[in-house]
Design a protein around this ligand. Structure first.
Ligand SMILES: NC(=O)c1ccc[n+]([C@@H]2O[C@H](COP(=O)([O-])OP(=O)(O)OC[C@H]3O[C@@H](n4cnc5c(N)ncnc54)[C@H](O)[C@@H]3O)[C@@H](O)[C@H]2O)c1
Length: 263
């Protein structure tokens, strides 16, 4: 057990899967007491993530909650503020969407669904956690999860949601800086998770492996990201090593944005 987050209480939304699960594991390995938050239907996966952490000598528990519900995070932190918050809960698209980049024929239901989870869910998590930190006099860190899609307009409403998350991060960072709370963001490139496989399935024709191969070729460093690649940047933004950083977005993307996100 290492100790860069010793004595801290971490709250990770989307903690049952992918990047969120990797953040839970790494933050626990660095001494944080972890609360993994995810949807009720992800309870089994979330509890398995926590059980692995406990097996390895860490501390973690799962709480089922939907980040879209106002008050959900406030209830979780009511008995003790979290002081290392990560907002990884997110969706790539509405289940009815067949073209992720399309806006012209996008239904308002799909628009609202993606913005509700990715933007409103992140907003509620951030402000409810920040208020608890302020009330407890225990300033901490918040790391939101944006995306390279915030910088390139190829993913329709998903890009819109992630660009808004980046500005939410900067706006909140300015407001809570006087309290000593730091708010930063991580903007991953293509990361091999259930979400990316879901996107490949919607794209169809070339198959999941076909699309993963195409995306891999677009990455200057020559490989897709892993959830751990992103978790290490989240750890940096949550630790004292980034003490003088707030309102920043860091992009663990293997260099993807160097070519403007295209070849
Ligand atoms: N995988 C990538 O290539 C990639 C790239 C850039 C950004 N991201 C972002 O990283 C974050 C994590 O994505 P991932 O790839 O690990 O995906 P994932 O699907 O593996 O994990 C997302 C988790 O969020 C949970 N979730 C969804 N809606 C929720 C809600 N309303 N309330 C609570 N939990 C909810 C899901 O149940 C799931 O466990 C997302 O915000 C995603 O947009 C992913």
């Amino acid at each position: 057990m290492r100790g860069r987050l010793a004595g801290r209480r971490a709250l990770v939304t989307g903690g049952a899967s992918g990047i969120g699960a990797a953040c839970c594991s790494l933050m626990a390995a660095e001494g944080a007491e972890v609360v993994a938050v995810d949807l009720p239907e992800s309870r089994a996966a979330g509890e398995a993530v926590c059980a692995r952490i406990v097996d390895e000598g860490g501390t973690a528990s799962f709480v089922a909650a939907d980040v879209r519900r106002p008050g959900a995070v406030a209830e979780i932190v009511a008995d003790g503020a979290a002081d290392a918050v990560v907002t990884s809960a997110g969706v790539s698209h509405h289940p009815d969407q067949s073209d992720l980049g399309d806006l012209l024929d996008l239904s308002v239901e799909a628009w609202r669904f993606v913005l509700d989870v990715n933007l409103t869910g992140t907003f509620l998590t951030c402000v409810e956690a920040a208020r608890a930190m302020i009330d407890a006099g225990r300033p901490g860190t918040i790391v939101t999860v944006a995306s390279v899609a915030a910088r390139i307009p190829t993913a329709g409403v998903y890009s819109v949601s992630k660009a808004a998350v980046a500005m939410l991060t900067r706006s909140l960072a300015l407001q809570v800086a006087p309290f000593g709370i730091r708010v930063n963001s991580v903007g991953p490139g293509y990361v091999a998770t259930a979400m990316l496989e879901g996107v490949a399935q919607v794209r169809g024709s070339k198959g999941t492996d076909g699309w993963l191969g195409i995306w891999e070729e677009r990455v200057p460093l020559g490989r897709l990201g892993t959830p751990e690649d992103v978790a290490r940047v989240v750890l940096f933004l949550s630790s004292e090593e980034s003490d003088y950083l707030t309102g920043s977005v860091l992009y663990p993307d293997g260099g993807y944005l160097l070519r403007g996100g295209t070849r």
